[in-house]
Design a protein around this ligand. Sequence first.
Ligand code: GLA
Length: 738
Amino acid sequence: MISFDGCTKTFLLSGKNYSYCMYINRAGLLQHLYWGKKIGAADAAFLVAAHGLPASPNPDDYNKDMATDGMPSECGSFGRGDFRPATVIVRREDGAAMSRFRYVSHKIVKGALHLQGMPCARKADETLILTLKDDFSDIELDLNYSVSEDADILVRNTAVRNAGKDAAEIAKAFSFCTELPDTRGTWSALRLAGSWARERTPVVTPLAEGTLRIESARGYSSHQMNPFLAVLSEDCGEESGECYGFNLLYSGSFAITADVSHNKSIRVQGGINDFLFGWLLQGGETFATPQAALYYSAEGLGGMSRAYHDFFREYIIEPKRVYARRPVVINNWEATYFDFDNEKLFSIIDEAAKLGMDTFVLDDGWFGKRDGDASGLGDWFVNERKLKGGLKAVIGHCKEKGLKFGLWFEPEMVSEDSELYRAHPDWAIGKAGAEPCRGRNQLVLDFTRKEVVNYIFETVSKILRENEISYVKWDKNRDITENYTANLPADRQGEFWHRYTLGFYGLAERLTKAFPNVFFEGCAGGGGRFDGGALYYFPQIWTSDDTDGLERTKIQWGTSVCYPVSSMSCHVSACPNHQTQRITPFATRGAVASLGATGYELDLTKLSEEEKEQVREQIKNYKLIDELVLRGDLYRLADPFKGNYFCEMLVSKDKSKAYLVGERFRGDPCDHDRVLKLRGLDEGKTYTIRELNVTASGAALMGAGLFCPRLPDCGSWVWHIEEVQAERKLYKAIETGR
Ligand code: GLA
């Protein structure tokens, strides 16, 4: 619901549980008033009186110089008295960049805002478009806000318009700016930091005067920093306390900043990384920034996660795919790496079929001259020396065994030792005459160039057209360097990063549209591009190259802070684990993988009979609970970063079913009596836990809890929890295998 009160000039935006309020103060500036628990339109006058300009110590100053420095603003400006970080900076032809944006008009429209060439929320109930104009130039801004009654997420972005004739250069254009005023210096910030094989570790640090900045300058969202920041109140825990979330629906270089100013308010804003950014805006042109998904609630981190999960499932991920049953895949990467032939693959396929898997995914090494990671990228035609009879032979074998077929690509990359590079050395990012910076022995294609993207679209399409392929794993294995393209003049190199990202989105858009029956999985050297922009095209993303049964609990826990478990590809791999060398029980690897889109990534022919039986059971179990993975609410019970246990549970929306997975890291003799209080159940319902043969009310299971099982190192447990009336259905399903 969006309403405008002409008397107080107040905008009130309300979603499921929150309200967001701002008003046009008497200086014509758009002032932030409130963001918190839901309130009614009748409170607008109170908010203006208590928090608006009249309540300011210097109410008459706002139209004067230096007065906006303390004003909670919806858009920070530069050079006219607001000394906190600006939201938008536009440099005009004469070099001037100061601005003060004042209200011009607004409209409230039905539905969402579609962004051309960029991912965006697929729907919304209403959108507020607020137009501001600079006092000193012809630059106008549209501040866009979309709300939906069933969501706790407010979707925002900014559009910068040059309403004049002279060209101007955007030096910074963030997607959103908001202010959290009443913080008394006690708030902290949560970011998801990491590295390859250690993606999305939650890191909480206090906020203090000055600017906290998280960013990626790697050309994509990155392993190192996810485009997400949460601001937490002092009492924010897993299930209660106020927190605000800021998630950029963007896969390129980004920045999010939280600036605590002299009056202790926090200005939070973010968007395309402004470091060396520049964008030429000709007269009449408009530049749209990526969208951001903002969240508020008092339900702690768990409440925030569940709201983001619902948002990504309902508003971002392709509707046709999001709740559709995911295939249990067998991927050959860790089984064979580059060293395979028909026989090796066929033997894995044969086993996969016997064990009940759905799709065989052929990973890196099937194309060009690709026997290692130093050659072949860009040559998207099959290596018949390695695969006799080409892909058709492998696909034919899969079909014979009842499996579907998937294929790995790394569309944005090129090896210097490739036919593509020899034909078009200038298509790789770099600067002629300067030795290129190599990563994993490869270069990145210049996706700012249309002809490069077109070529890749054609070659990948040819493979997808000519073969029965139902699944694509789209990888990206290095950072972007040089950040230079001969395609743009010297004074427009600042456009490079964003244009690259638009090139990636353009290809993803074209391929997913051209091949609607292909399931596209995202990947970037593990989980290096796991963001809301990528989820628009890839319903599932490879969470991490680290599949170790212990480390994965942390990676999946951190990823779940804002992304739904159904978007995490989670594979069972071999032991000793290829990344950590750790040995964990097969059952544990399966249990942890079942908290996401489950698959396998190991040489099935090397499994013992006992392990094969476990695989059969795991798949059977998975097909029984995958509905909870796709649609359930996640409750995180035991934090693997903080103690000896990991535990998460998925609860159906109607609270009739739940699935719980736990792991005990060390067989510690002294912590076996840890009590686990379940969450998310209905207090008034009676439940059974199949594995324990326990029957109790939701109130007892959540209030008194149960003891964690005593288990040796990295031992795991799985509980199926079912409302008593529905119990029969579950047992019937177990008996019949469905
Ligand atoms: C990346 C991916 C792996 C695998 C390899 C292939 O590291 O994350 O899953 O596909 O590339 O080179």
